[in-house]
Design a protein around this ligand. Sequence first.
Ligand SMILES: Nc1ncnc2c1ncn2[C@@H]1O[C@H](COP(=O)(O)OP(=O)(O)O)[C@@H](O)[C@H]1O
Ligand SMILES: [Mg+2]
Length: 415
Amino acid sequence: MAFLIVKRTSRLLMERTLRVQEGLAELSTRVQQTLSGIHVVKAYASQAYETRLFGEANARFQEHNLRLARLRGFIVPVMSTVGGVGMLVVLWYGGRRVVAGHLSIGDLVAFIAYLHLLAWPTAALGWMLSVLQRGRAAMQRLNELFLVAPAITSPPGARPIESLRGEVALRGVTFRYPGRPDGPPVLKDIDLVVPAGRTIAIVGRTGAGKTALVQLLPRLFDVEAGSVCLDGRDVRSLPLPWLRRQVGLVQQDPFLFSGTIRENVAFALDGDGRERVEWAVRAAGLTRDLAEMPAGLETIVGERGVTLSGGQKQRVALARVLVRAPQVVVLDDALSSVDAATEREMLDRLREFFRERTTILVAHRITTVKEADLIVVLDDGAIAEVGDHESLLARGRVYPDLFRQQALEVELEAI
Ligand SMILES: Nc1ncnc2c1ncn2[C@@H]1O[C@H](COP(=O)(O)OP(=O)(O)O)[C@@H](O)[C@H]1O
Ligand SMILES: [Mg+2]
């Protein structure tokens, strides 16, 4: 009887356990993806969106777990009832045989004792202990995450700036990456003002600190000394989600989620934005690429966008920023994998968009840089020189070198 029950329920039990494990896998994949793309999530201030997705996966997981728990809750009492009834039968039948003289009391007692010894509770207990262990290990891992408080938060009650103009100012900024608190500063005493609505270019050798500098604007990191201000207000005094909505940073190595192109672009866009997405994709110069893809905007880009070229990934990332039309647009070498002609074309198309906004272009193509209102040359974490193309070329110390390198690259590209 017990055997039959076990047999009938074990398949069901197995299936439901599997569901639970799948749910757990789905959940951890979500967490893993969100965490490895945490810069993007933060930069687009879409914590709430991610939290919701997590909540949904979590609810499914909970449902599966409940179904499993209900089944277990059913099996355990049934099994013990069966055990109890079995014991009753043994006592009744064995008792009769003892009375009839066919069996000694000792044999009956021994038989019952063996039954007890053989009973499955021992096995079940072992199993329970292993489950408990697994649960404890899992909880420990989760706690490691739960107990981490975000290092960068905005003060409670922070108020956004009404009608933001978009002036960006860095005053006496010194910065080290948190991972290397003892190393030399990555940025040293930077003073820089970008007037609202202007376009500036930041150039410099690799490792000069360009990326570090622009990451300070949406507060992906905080300064060590000095301040970063938006319209004269320290960014640390502004609500973080609002700030990150206003400062659109296209990162150097873009992170794409493994969904469709549309999802990647519309990511963190509130409400319906079909038209906006289409506009952004066009503006980012993706029209031709999309025409060649199997499903256009609905093409799935694979884990982290593996199916796209570097240039395509960069333009999807650009579209993602354009779609939200931030007041301050920062492109951190965001078109490095796009060829010079395409870059030219795109920047021409975006001229109108950039005109009304504060634009910071980290770039290495002189043709791109030339048109900026101001060129800032970073060298070894400090501002080496500032000016326009002509004056820097005539009087600069670092810029002419960069320019010559660039001229060489253009020649090479032409070959
Ligand atoms: N996440 C990081 N943690 C610690 N150091 C970093 C990190 N990213 C970059 N660096 C270091 O900071 C310096 C400036 O880098 P970066 O701002 O990326 O330069 P650029 O963008 O001008 O090429 C480099 O010396 C680099 O090795
Ligand atoms: Mg960089």
